[in-house]
Design a protein around this ligand. Structure first.
Ligand code: FCB
Length: 490
């Protein structure tokens, strides 16, 4: 189809539509044509809004046996038959470990100012704790230098799910507070060495996801099925690990280094915008996130959370709560899909969650329901619930089937549709003063999408995994244009 549609045809059509627009300006009474008022002024983002893109170590690096890297729970898990939909693993992935220079050029070409990547803990501490492996950290030194030379601001995530297998074997991973302590030490070690150049660190990525899916529901690594009490304890240890990491960074990093978590906040929003439902969505935001965001921002578990957990509530000390609530500099929110549409209720806790109809639309991943207003409501309600003054959208994006067209390109119009609508809602939030300071598009390039393997593509660059060639999709041009204008629309 594309073959028959020439560039000239396209230019003609585009020209015609421009003529059509020029023919309709309002004519004032004196008969002199005046330009029509610009009713489509671009919706601008605040000056200095930070545009970025994101990846994570296990999903792109490959080189799993190089330079002394230890094994991670995702190596073990992805090599366990039946775990990954397309029977692949991250052994090679995008070979980013060796191709990082080329990848930094791709990031630069997008026009973003910032790049969020993750550091593989088992590269730095192959055994999880104890003797560090300087060669592992060297890779991130090289990457950071390359980013800075390209004028890109590094945002490093310390934990994007690739727990050292040794810690899982020794103490049951996050089942033990020993892992929280080891995480704090690892965070301090890295921050001490990188914070002369890396000014922003995310502690843990999506605790809700890796705790529930990994330790509770036997879906992600390490593939456990723990009962509620043990699962709540795991969550508590992750919150403790976050707090210890914040403290270690304060102690070891250069002054002014900023730190916060990147949470897959349970996304609550009003089903219909009324003051009562908005209030209900705010209560839901606080209650349904009490197990992580709530406790790190408030220093306590809500009564509702503890009552609901009952005998399965986590065991904790006042001291631990203090550590957990060590003040952060920002909150990262990963926002993809609406999760809880709520309405007000007279009964405790003040909201009712509505069921999703089976026909609710989704993107190319079933879980990725389409609800652009999610990225408006969630930061707004979170900022209100916890009085947050710096929010980053640490991830947002979508998968797409991304077929190659006859001309060899990828016209990912569905991804563009998704991004356009979400970014319009994000602009609405910033215009209303919701303190969102930046946005990291997931993802720079197609990569190892965990249990879906390489089947689900999230990149704005297409990766051919046989040849490792990278090619911009149409959405890369779309995103570049948004960034250049610092606005959505025209
Ligand atoms: C998030 C993960 C990220 C990627 C996207 C699609 O949950 O943080 O690694 O898998 O989803």
């Amino acid at each position: 189809m594309f073959g028959q549609f020439s560039r000239r045809d396209f230019a003609r059509l585009a020209g015609l539509s421009a003529l059509g627009m020029a023919a309709t300006p309002a004519k004032p009474a004196d008969g002199e044509p005046k330009p029509a008022p610009d009713r489509h002024a671009p919706a601008s983002f605040p000056d200095g809004f930070l545009w970025g893109t994101a990846t994570s170590a296990y999903q792109i690096e490959g080189a799993v046996d190089e330079d002394g890297r230890g094994r991670s729970i995702w190596d073990t898990f992805s090599h366990t038959p039946g775990r990954i939909a397309d029977h692949t693993n991250g052994d090679r992935a995008n070979e980013h470990y060796h191709r990082y220079k080329e990848d930094v050029r791709l990031i630069k070409d997008l026009g973003v100012k910032a790049y969020r990547f993750s550091i593989a803990w088992p590269r730095v501490f192959p055994q999880g704790s104890g003797t560090p492996n300087p060669k592992g950290l060297d890779f991130y030194n090289r990457l950071v230098d390359e980013l800075l030379a390209a004028g890109l601001e590094p945002y490093a995530t310390l934990y994007h799910w690739d727990l050292p297998q040794a810690l899982q074997d020794r103490v049951g991973g996050w089942q033990s507070s020993d892992t929280s302590k080891a995480f704090g030490e690892y965070a301090g070690y890295v921050a001490e060495r990188l914070s002369d150049r890396v000014r922003n660190f995310f502690t843990v990525n999506e605790p809700g996801r890796f705790v529930n899916f990994g330790y509770g529901w036997n879906i992600d690594a390490p593939g456990l099925n723990l009962p509620p009490a043990e699962l709540n304890q795991v969550r508590h240890h992750v919150a403790l690990g976050h707090g210890l990491a914040v403290q270690a960074i304060r102690a070891k990093a250069r002054a002014g280094t900023r730190v916060g978590a990147a949470d897959n906040i349970a996304a609550c929003l009003p089903a219909i915008d009324t003051p009562e439902n908005i209030r209900a969505a705010e209560i839901a935001t606080r209650e349904l996130n009490a197990g992580f965001l709530g406790v790190i921002l408030e220093g306590k578990y809500t009564d509702g959370f503890l009552e609901f957990a009952g005998a399965a509530a986590p065991k904790f000390t006042a001291d631990e709560l203090k550590i957990i609530a060590s003040p952060s500099d920002f909150v990262g929110l990963n926002i993809y899909a609406p999760q809880f549409y709520v309405v007000a209720s007279d009964r405790k806790p003040g909201f009712t969650v509505l069921p999703f109809p089976a026909s609710f639309p989704h993107m190319n991943s079933e879980w990725l329901r389409i609800g652009p207003e999610t990225i408006y409501w969630v930061p707004r309600l979170a900022a209100k619930a916890w009085n947050i003054d710096n929010i980053y959208i640490s991830e947002n994006g979508t998968s797409s089937t991304d077929e190659l067209a006859a001309d060899g390109k990828v016209y990912d119009l569905d991804r563009i549709m998704y991004l356009r609508n979400y970014l319009a809602q994000l602009q609405r939030a910033t215009a209303e003063g919701v303190p969102v300071r930046g946005y990291f598009l997931w993802s720079l390039m197609d990569n190892f999408e965990w249990i879906f393997g390489f089947e689900k593509r999230f990149g704005v660059y297409r990766v051919d995994f046989a040849t490792q060639s990278r090619m911009p999709k149409l959405s890369a041009s779309f995103y570049r244009d948004v960034i250049a204008k610092n606005a959505i629309g025209m």
